[in-house]
Design a protein around this ligand. Structure first.
Ligand code: NA7
Length: 867
């Protein structure tokens, strides 16, 4: 039982909402021995499942998974009757849970919280309700759900209609009878798609107003799948554990089949299997790359469109029902039962609002640009102000009276989707920045509630009473949430995930797409690192271990995990020949980089024999001269060749519009310092003298390189300056080696675990140069005279041991009067920026590099060609 409030009206915690999250939060807070009051404006438990009672309302995650797991006995006592349970059954389940644990006694129904104010001197929240009550509490917890604030129809004349008006999100408890009526449904999201087939059964005439065609697959509903029930029977705990550590909150082995490379038969087979299965996570997992690669996505999308065309008899209606304006999955796909077939009924009509938009709602119907329709009833299935709507509407004001609405005016900002700075002791369950709507909500809800409960328990043990995130931790998490979204196709859609369905709402990717597993890991790490990024105060002291829990780009982290799983021997333990073979083997099968106008190989004379080169010309009118960039590959002077950096050279060429000439140089240990640098200088001289033959513009020459290639590029610039030629327009140094001092902090921070290690760097230096030579400017250009050098663009990656020397070179060049652009590759390693079409987050960095290359040259034509 709950602990009673020690002072009337004073509680340890107030929870808003008595749906899945609020009920479980109450249960856990009671376990901690706290006094709790829950408020809900409904007159019963249920949350979303209390309100969304429209015909056909069902869950879109199999109900065996969409269920609490905290109470094993409950799991034995409750059996779901269908694969996708109906709203009444889910509501019944929540009532059953509330009764079983006697939760109702702490819930005040039919009571809405109207405001919440943080009282700084008292270190308490002051809560007021629409029944005129004022309550104080230490912890204020919003369990208000992600899809609970209906969006206003925002259609001209919406209040004018004299007939019956229904909202799917606020369906009357007594139901609605459409028998013999002319009915309009506006909206074809999940609610529309679920309700339309059932409304069509009753209505005399049904007209569906569709603004955006939506992807939907058949749910194939029926009894709960036998294989899943069996899995649960024999290993419930293991199953639930697997769900908690899965990407979406439902156990599923992510595929590694790529849509773009799979054969037609594999594509078809995988798609049909997912179609038959009728589960969201299945159809979203046909190909590993469908969420990030437009070409792969389109394969799945087109197969769904084929299904729609074969289900709908009228070709024009079928075409209008085929979604074409967003990538599959970037708006939440729907599960249906006979949705598309409904349009074959003679009394059902689709109106495509893209062709004839609604002008206004009238007293007796709807007027579009082309027609006037008369109706007896209008059903709005127009969706929600998702994820932030209910939180912002709740009138929450934190420190200094700042409201959540004001703080989030440009979009929500949270730490872990759980808390927000300036609002002490204010928790959000499944808030923006957490996996929430992209996951099986029940798994995410239990994880959030458990985390909050453990946090409060830990605080209590330590004598701490307030908690709030730091600005640094919160900004870091916001960035991570956006980084995760940015590598996917999701931000391209006008979806409610992006806030794009509500006019005026800031366009921000709201949920965390890194996965339930990755998210749980991050939350656990935060807690185990003394609540990293949180400030906690109380009689037990004032604590804050500030920091950012995730600062690496998510796809870089995935590559590192993948490489670690390969269990390759460390390069520095191999001979140079074996290391070269290993590097070539790991490059096999990688994406080739962009198509170009022309790629040709040749040789140029070097100081000690011929040097091979590869020339990359962009597409466009052939023969037109362009500026020339001489590029040197990476590989620690030991590894690498024209092939190793081929995708990067293609990318640099495509992005800059310049001709790129990649030149191979002699390698160590066969030929040691300063051969590589001298070859590079010779290549630059030759390129300058032969610019016209290479398709370049005489006098418009830049040098570029990555890693050790950037080292020889930088040295070539110094040698050219000393030799009074050739004239170099700019130097692009990507993660350069510019010094042999390996004691800078970036070596300390990043010397292990990020592919280029301190040990490997030492191996490179040992192969290349004697210790006595390593301080020479031709080995360590940072130690040379930097005056009069060409303008530079230097790329420094956060997780690179060489980061600090790159930055030092930029600063030293600046001090010597050289114009410098220092580009930070945020969240990247030494190698990840160069992994074209593998590490998607590297693309914006390379876009900046392309721009820097163009800026080296005066040619306005080049700017135009690329833009
Ligand atoms: P959704 O998925 O947001 O769908 C709302 C639908 O209403 C969608 O087709 C909208 O078109 C349409 N809409 C919204 N406003 C208008 C106006 N003004 N005119 C015409 N059409 C409009 O909400 P649901 O309730 O169906 O589903 C929400 C989630 O609940 C669902 O994803 C599941 O997770 C459960 P648009 O696409 O914006 O062009």
């Amino acid at each position: 039982m709950n602990k009673p409030a020690s002072v009337p009206g004073h509680f340890d915690a107030v929870v808003v909402g008595a749906g899945f999250s609020g009920l479980y939060m109450l249960y856990r807070l009671r376990q901690l021995g706290l006094s709790v009051k829950v408020f809900d404006s409904a007159d019963d438990v249920g949350g979303t499942w209390y309100w969304n009672r429209y015909p056909g309302a069902r869950c879109d995650i199999p109900t065996t998974d969409y269920t609490y797991s905290f109470d094993p006995e409950l799991e034995k006592e409750w059996t779901w009757s269908e694969k996708y349970a109906t709203q009444p059954e889910i509501l019944e389940y929540l009532r059953f849970v509330a009764d079983r644990h006697g939760l109702r006694s702490d819930i005040e129904f039919s009571t809405a919280v109207t405001s919440a104010r943080w009282d700084e001197p008292e270190q308490r929240w002051r809560i007021t309700t629409d029944r005129g009550k004022e309550i104080r509490c230490r912890y204020y917890i919003m369990a208000t759900g992600c899809l609970s604030m209906p969006k206003s129809p925002d259609i001209e004349g919406a209040g004018r209609f004299a007939g019956q008006v229904y909202f799917t999100s606020r369906w009357p408890h007594e139901g609605a009878d459409f028998t013999g009526q002319r009915v309009a449904v506006i909206g074809t999201g999940s609610s529309g798609i679920q309700s339309i087939p059932l409304i069509a059964r009753q209505a005399r005439q049904l007209t569906v107003f569709q603004r955006t065609a939506n992807f939907s697959i058949p749910a194939h509903n029926g009894p709960a799948p036998a294989d899943r029930l069996e899995q649960l029977d024999v290993g419930r705990d293991a199953y639930r554990h697997a769900a908690r550590w899965s990407r979406g909150g439902v156990p599923l082995e992510p595929t590694d089949v790529l849509g773009v490379t799979a054969s037609e038969s594999v594509r078809r087979e995988r798609f049909e299997a997912a179609w038959e299965q009728g589960e969201l996570f299945g159809i979203l997992n046909v190909f590993a790359d469908q969420g990030v690669n437009p070409a792969s996505n389109d394969i799945v999308a087109e197969m769904i469109r084929e299904k729609i065309r074969s289900a709908v008899k009228d070709p024009e209606t079928a075409e209008a029902l085929c979604p074409k304006d967003h990538y599959f999955g970037t708006k939440r796909p729907c599960l249906d039962t006979g949705y598309f077939e409904t349009y074959n009924l003679p009394h059902v009509r689709l109106v495509d609002l893209r062709k004839q938009p609604i002008v206004s709602i009238t007293e007796d119907g709807i007027e579009t640009a082309d027609e006037s329709f008369g109706f007896d009833a209008i059903v709005y299935a127009t969706g929600f102000d998702a994820m932030t709507g209910a939180l912002v509407a709740a009138d929450v004001a934190g420190q200094d009276g700042l409201s959540l609405k004001e703080k989030w005016a440009a979009g929500p900002s949270t730490y872990l989707g759980l808390m927000t700075a300036g609002f002490p002791n204010f928790f959000m369950l499944t808030g923006p920045g957490s996996p929430s709507v992209l996951s099986n909500m029940t798994v995410s809800i239990e994880q959030h509630v458990d985390w909050v409960a453990r946090c409060l328990e830990d605080m209590c043990e330590e004598g701490l009473e307030t908690i709030e995130p730091t600005a640094l931790a919160e900004a870091g998490w916001d960035q991570h949430v956006q980084d995760c979204g940015a590598i996917t196709l999701y931000p391209t859609a006008n979806s409610w995930y992006m806030g794009a369905n509500v006019p005026g709402k800031p366009r921000v990717f709201l949920p965390y797409i890194g996965g339930v597993d990755a998210y749980r890991q991050a939350c656990d790490e935060v807690a185990s690192q003394d609540y990293l990024g949180f400030r906690m105060t109380g009689p037990g002291g004032d604590r804050c271990r500030d920091g950012v829990v995730r600062s690496m780009q998510p796809d870089v982290a995935m590559v590192l995990e993948f490489v670690a799983a390969l269990g390759l021997p460390p390069m520095e333990t191999l001979s140079a020949a074996d290391a070269r073979a290993l590097m070539a083997a790991t490059a096999e099968g990688r994406p080739p980089g962009p198509e170009l106008g022309e790629v040709t190989d040749g040789v140029i004379p070097g100081p000690a024999g011929d040097l091979p080169y590869r020339l990359y010309r962009p597409g466009g009118p052939s023969g037109r001269p362009r500026p020339l960039v001489v590029y040197f590959h990476g590989g620690g002077w030991v590894l690498g060749n024209l092939d190793s950096d081929d995708p990067l050279c293609r990318d640099l060429c495509a992005r800059s519009g310049a001709v790129v000439m990649s030149v191979n140089y002699r390698h160590a240990p066969e030929v040691r310092f300063p051969a590589a640098a001298l070859d590079a200088f010779a290549a630059v001289q030759w390129a300058d003298a032969n610019a016209t033959e290479l398709g370049g513009i005489p006098g418009q020459l830049a040098v570029a390189g990555w890693s050790a290639g950037a080292n020889v590029a930088a040295v070539a610039c110094q040698l050219a300056r000393d030799a009074a030629g050739p004239r170099i327009s700019g130097q692009l140094l990507i993660c350069p080696v510019v010094d042999s001092d390996m004691t800078r902090p970036s070596y300390e921070e990043n010397g292990d675990g990020y592919i280029l290690t301190t040990a490997l760097m030492r191996w490179f230096w040992d192969h290349y140069a004697d210790p006595a030579d390593r301080g020479e400017p031709r080995a360590a250009p940072l130690r040379g005279d930097l005056e009069g050098l060409p303008p530079a663009c230097i790329v420094a990656a956060d997780f690179d041991p060489l980061r600090d020397e790159g930055v030092a070179y930029a600063r030293a060049l600046e001090a010597a009067g050289v114009p410098v652009r220092l580009a930070r590759a945020r969240g990247h390693t030494h190698t990840s920026v160069t992994m074209v079409d593998v590490v998607i987050s590297g693309a914006p960095v390379r876009a900046g590099i392309g721009e820097a290359l163009r800026d080296f040259f005066p040619s306005a034509e080049l700017q135009e060609q690329v833009s």
